[in-house]
Design a protein around this ligand. Structure first.
Ligand SMILES: Nc1nc2c(c(=O)[nH]1)N[C@H]1C(S)=C(S)[C@@H](COP(=O)(O)OP(=O)(O)OC[C@H]3O[C@@H](n4cnc5c(=O)[nH]c(N)nc54)[C@H](O)[C@@H]3O)O[C@H]1N2
Ligand SMILES: Nc1nc2c(c(=O)[nH]1)N[C@H]1C(S)=C(S)[C@@H](COP(=O)(O)OP(=O)(O)OC[C@H]3O[C@@H](n4cnc5c(=O)[nH]c(N)nc54)[C@H](O)[C@@H]3O)O[C@H]1N2
Ligand code: SF4
Ligand SMILES: [Mo]
Length: 910
């Protein structure tokens, strides 16, 4: 066994991971104590990394037109078809759509190949759906896409404002760092601004449950309030900025009284003023913002409204201060560095910057080859797909992203891909939705196999290290691109043999003619010349890394000199606008979409770890109790949402965390895990005019109960090869992989229809013999199990899944080669019950690390474990990665109220 250090491939925190492996398998992971992002911590997704690996379910062979081929054929097909498209329809008829999950080296090569040598500007990335507004706002105000702060600033701040960020679930290790810092410094305050009460509120001193989309009004109001209370930093404004008067004038176009702002944002005026007072009176303020701000048709303005307040108070460039856009993907930042957005050229140079095209052309020229760069920006993601629809773009290479799930108006995007003459897809997973649309499928290597660098939210470059060989014929993304480039005649410019050579070139470009008035902040010339060994040993380091700052740079703009031509930061006048997707009588509910704690995006990887499936096993719809009541919906019932371009079916979670009139759905479910739970279809594709980022948080939907005749839970052995006909037969289905079996949650039929004849159905569609059968004709409830040669091969329960027991015991029975036959009456009873005698239903998993369910925790609280430590001592929950601590705390709160209420009732009746 060997231990190797690498970096987590999930969120933008960029935690260091120590992986234990034997060259074939990663057997365990732990947090790297020396990595400055996490100092040894990992969240639940990170600590389950090794459970998501393995060759099963991986793409292992290239495919062309549905036929498995060798690499030679695949590469020449890509090269020939791209060349033919360009020959017939022009250079700009081909495009690439990339992802913040590529390594910097992959990203750099794709950018060089498409913009430099294929000469098309149409190369965009899923970061368009994620960071584009934050990037545009930093550029408008600071002059460069440069995050000024770092993680220590979060810990050193007096006030941390979390806006549109569910840090507890989506950047859990940072959340833990913040919580610890707050424990150490009782004077530190945390404010959470989010329409939903999220787990992040666990550490909040103040919560503002704003009306969706009202953040610009809020921060404009703050700016005006600061002025009226003489809390602007006039010295800072005069010396280091310009534009305060226009920004204030724009803010003052609206009524800036506390009451008016509170009304527009739909928050309590006193709380609002408290927030304003805290922000205005503290110098060391970090405002951390994420998708609740970025994913909006006025996302850039919202980011700028926040940055304005920081500039106006001089709260930037200091320890513990600054506007901090947190990145989502592990290498969202790396993509920005190489210029992987359609409006960028390369290495923090844009097309319009004087001399940029010429400079990059000269840099990329090698021997006899001169690249021919496009003259201006290409299409941003949504426009790119529109251009495919118009037939203007006829070939697209998609790498490491699932646009048929993650783009808005996703059903239309799917039709567009279907009609596109050439779709090339590089992915690792056989179940990625996007493969349905691919003419050419290229199997890529994945985390633990690939070598390269990623940059996290605080500009820290870390190494991901290749530990295992890729399965089958999967190959590294960079290698695939070098082969295609070579086949197209650009071999000389793509003659790399290892990612360290690509990194070296990237580092050189960052420093190339990087001086004078047009100097770029992104400069890692201090990392030029690393040989293979030095590259392999590269320790995490924050850019810029230059001769002047060989150890990297923790914080930017400390001298008040910004990256604008005159060095002054700009305050931007912001005029608040509401969401574009209008509510109407037929679509009266505001749709919010986002993430859950244990899943990553479209689930291709995290759903492979059964313990990560248990936290939220099915697609769901969170709704306020009053809305549920008025729609006749109860908790755990199935419901349907109807939106602009499609529908969505999920299980209702009635929740006080929601505002009235709003619903929340997870972004994760795709066609492999549920039939109609892709939320992308609910949204229209409206984008921010500056950044091109889609409005993914503010849809408009209608909601109604899903009325079916029956609901059923079917569990079949994991290795069962029977055709899942139930998918097509059901109105609703959700697939939930367990350790030894596959759980299917099903609903179908019409209300009042005579019940299906389940016995004949089971005989027709399930393997083995239905050996156990218990049916209650009156209620339609049924429990049954099927066997083949003494082995349990399926289990069926017809009735509401609220009656399901914990499934661990049952799942373990599927692993047994044969059960003792004939079945004892005791075993028969237990099998029908689906659980061991006396085993209580554990309820949904709260602690994924130790697999502790809600019910055990509730019982422990009712028995007097009234704090997290006591629960941990009794059940071990919350003692490993800590991701569930917010949920434990809210259960304690809920249950303590319950216990007190019960005691009161008992006292009364006594
Ligand atoms: N577990 C997990 N973690 C992840 C990911 C994942 O898939 N799973 N993905 C990673 C990626 S790529 C990203 S980009 C990040 C995203 O991280 P976050 O931005 O934290 O994630 P979201 O859940 O999309 O949205 C954040 C919050 O914005 C709120 N919101 C919605 N509308 C508004 C509004 O108008 N105003 C305000 N103030 N808030 C609003 C939502 O209620 C939600 O709680 O997470 C990263 N981390
Ligand atoms: N409504 C709504 N829509 C959203 C969002 C939202 O909050 N609401 N969030 C948006 C945001 S912030 C993001 S970042 C996107 C994310 O959305 P996507 O990028 O579409 O989601 P992923 O599931 O991460 O897709 C990554 C794919 O790349 C594959 N992959 C992983 N590693 C590699 C690799 O090394 N090489 C290759 N070739 N393939 C690899 C995975 O198997 C997977 O299929 O969704 C966006 N869409
Ligand atoms: S917080 Fe979790 S998902 Fe994010 S990088 Fe760290 S371990 Fe990975
Ligand atoms: Mo993202």
């Amino acid at each position: 066994m060997t231990k190797a250090s690498t970096t987590c491939p999930y969120c933008g925190v960029g935690c260091g991971v120590i992986a234990t492996h034997d060259g074939h398998t990663v057997t365990g992971v732990e947090g790297d104590r020396d990595h400055p992002a996490n100092y040894g911590r990992l969240c639940v997704k990170g600590s389950a990394l090794h459970e998501t690996l393995g060759a099963q379910g991986r793409l292992t062979r290239p495919r062309v037109d549905g036929v498995e081929v060798d690499w030679e054929t695949a590469i020449s097909s890509v090269a020939e078809r791209l060349a033919a498209t360009q020959r017939d329809y022009g250079r700009q008829s081909v495009a690439a759509y990339l992802s913040g999950q590529l390594l910097t080296e992959d990203y750099y090569l794709a950018n060089k190949l498409f913009k430099g040598f294929l000469g098309t500007p149409h190369l965009d990335t899923n970061s368009r759906l994620c960071m584009a507004s934050a990037v545009a706002a930093y550029k408008r105000s600071l002059g460069a896409d440069a995050v000024p702060c770092n993680y220590e600033d979060l810990e050193e701040a007096e006030l941390v404002v979390l806006v549109g960020s569910n840090l507890a679930w989506n950047h859990p290790v940072l959340f833990q760092r913040l919580r610890t810092a707050k424990q150490r410094n009782p004077l530190m305050r945390v404010v959470v601004i989010d329409p939903r009460v999220t787990d992040t509120c666990e550490i909040a001193d103040l919560y503002l449950g704003v009306k969706p989309g009202s953040d610009a009004r809020l921060f404009n109001g703050l700016l005006a309030w600061m002025e009226s209370k003489k809390r602007l930093d006039q010295v800072y404004l005069a010396q280091y900025t310009q534009g305060i008067d226009d920004a204030l004038a724009a803010a003052r176009e609206d009524d800036c009284s506390i009451e008016a702002i509170a009304t527009d944002c739909d928050v309590d005026p006193e709380r609002l003023e408290t927030f304003f007072y805290w922000f205005a009176t503290q110098l060391h303020v970090v405002t951390m913002y994420s998708q609740g701000i970025n994913q909006s048709t006025s996302g850039t303005d919202k980011c700028n409204a926040i940055i304005n307040c920081h500039l106006a108070g001089g709260k930037i460039g200091l320890p513990g201060a600054g506007p901090f856009s947190i990145t989502g993907q592990p290498n969202a930042m790396g993509g920005r560095e190489v210029g992987g957005l359609a409006n960028q050229l390369a290495a923090h140079m844009d097309y319009h910057m004087p001399g940029a095209i010429d400079r990059v052309t000269r840099f990329w020229s090698t021997g006899s080859l001169t690249p021919s760069l496009p003259e201006g920006p290409g299409y941003k993601a949504v426009d790119l797909f529109d251009a495919i629809e118009r037939g203007e773009i006829r070939a697209i290479w998609i790498m490491a992203t699932n646009p048929g799930v993650s783009l808005p108006d996703a059903n239309r995007m799917r039709r567009i891909l279907e009609a596109c003459p050439l779709v090339i897809v590089s992915d690792c997973m056989a179940n990625a939705d996007i493969l349905q649309y691919a003419d050419i499928v290229l199997p890529a290597s994945s985390w633990s196999e690939k070598d390269g660098t990623v940059t996290n939210s605080e500009r820290r470059i870390s190494r991901q290290r290749g530990l295992l060989p890729p399965p089958g014929e999967a190959r590294h993304d960079w290698w695939i691109m070098t082969q295609v480039a070579s086949r197209m005649g650009f071999g000389e410019a793509f003659a790399y043999t290892h990612p360290c050579e690509i990194f070296d070139e990237h580092a050189r470009l960052s420093g190339f003619e990087n001086e004078g008035v047009a100097a770029r902040i992104f400069d890692i010339s201090g990392l030029v010349g690393l040989d293979r060994e030095a590259y392999d040993a590269l320790a995490p380091i924050q850019w810029p890394v230059t001769a002047a700052a060989p150890q990297g740079t923790a914080r930017l703009f400390t001298d008040g000199c910004f990256a604008t031509p005159d060095g002054l930061a700009r305050l931007i006048p912001v005029r608040p606008r509401g969401p574009e997707q209008a509510l109407s009588e037929s679509r009266p509910l505001r749709l919010n979409t986002g993430r859950v704690r244990d899943q990553w995006h479209t689930m291709t990887r995290t759903a492979r770890a059964p313990r990560l499936m248990n936290h939220r096993a099915e697609p769901f719809i969170e709704v306020h109790p009053e809305d549920a009541a008025s729609l006749g919906l109860s908790d755990q019932q199935l419901a349907r949402l109807d939106g602009a371009g499609g529908d969505y079916i999920g299980r209702v979670r009635v929740s006080n965390a929601m505002r009235q009139g709003e619903v929340f759905v997870p972004m994760h479910w795709n066609d492999s895990f549920s039939g109609r739970a892709r939320m992308g279809g609910l949204l229209s594709a409206h984008v921010d005019p500056v950044s091109g980022q889609p409005e993914s948080k503010h849809g408009a939907v209608e909601m109604a109960p899903l009325n079916t005749g029956w609901e059923a839970t079917l569990i079949v052995a994991a290795d069962s090869d029977c055709e899942p006909v139930w998918r097509d037969e059901s109105t609703y289905w959700a697939y939930i992989p367990l350790a030894n079996s596959q759980r299917w949650q099903l609903a179908g039929g019409k209300p009042q229809e005579p019940s299906r004849d389940w016995l004949s159905w089971a005989k027709a569609h399930l393997p083995g013999e239905p050996a156990l059968w218990a049916e209650d004709a009156g209620s339609g409830r049924l429990r049954a199990a099927g066997f083949e040669n003494g082995r349990l091969c399926w289990w069926l329960m017809v009735g509401s899944p609220t009656e399901l027991p914990a499934l661990n015991w049952l799942d373990a029975r599927f692993a047994e080669a044969a059960l003792d036959t004939p079945l004892s009456s005791d075993l028969r009873r237990r099998l029908l019950a689906g659980c061991d005698a006396g085993e209580a239903d554990a309820g949904p998993t709260i602690c994924s690390c130790h697999q502790v369910g809600r019910k055990a925790i509730v019982e422990a609280i009712r028995n007097g474990d009234a704090n997290v430590e006591a629960l941990g001592a009794r059940l071990a929950c919350g003692t490993q990665c800590g991701s569930c601590i917010p949920e434990l705390k809210s259960l304690i709160e809920e249950e303590t109220a319950h216990v007190l209420a019960t005691q009161a009732v008992e006292a009364e009746t006594a």
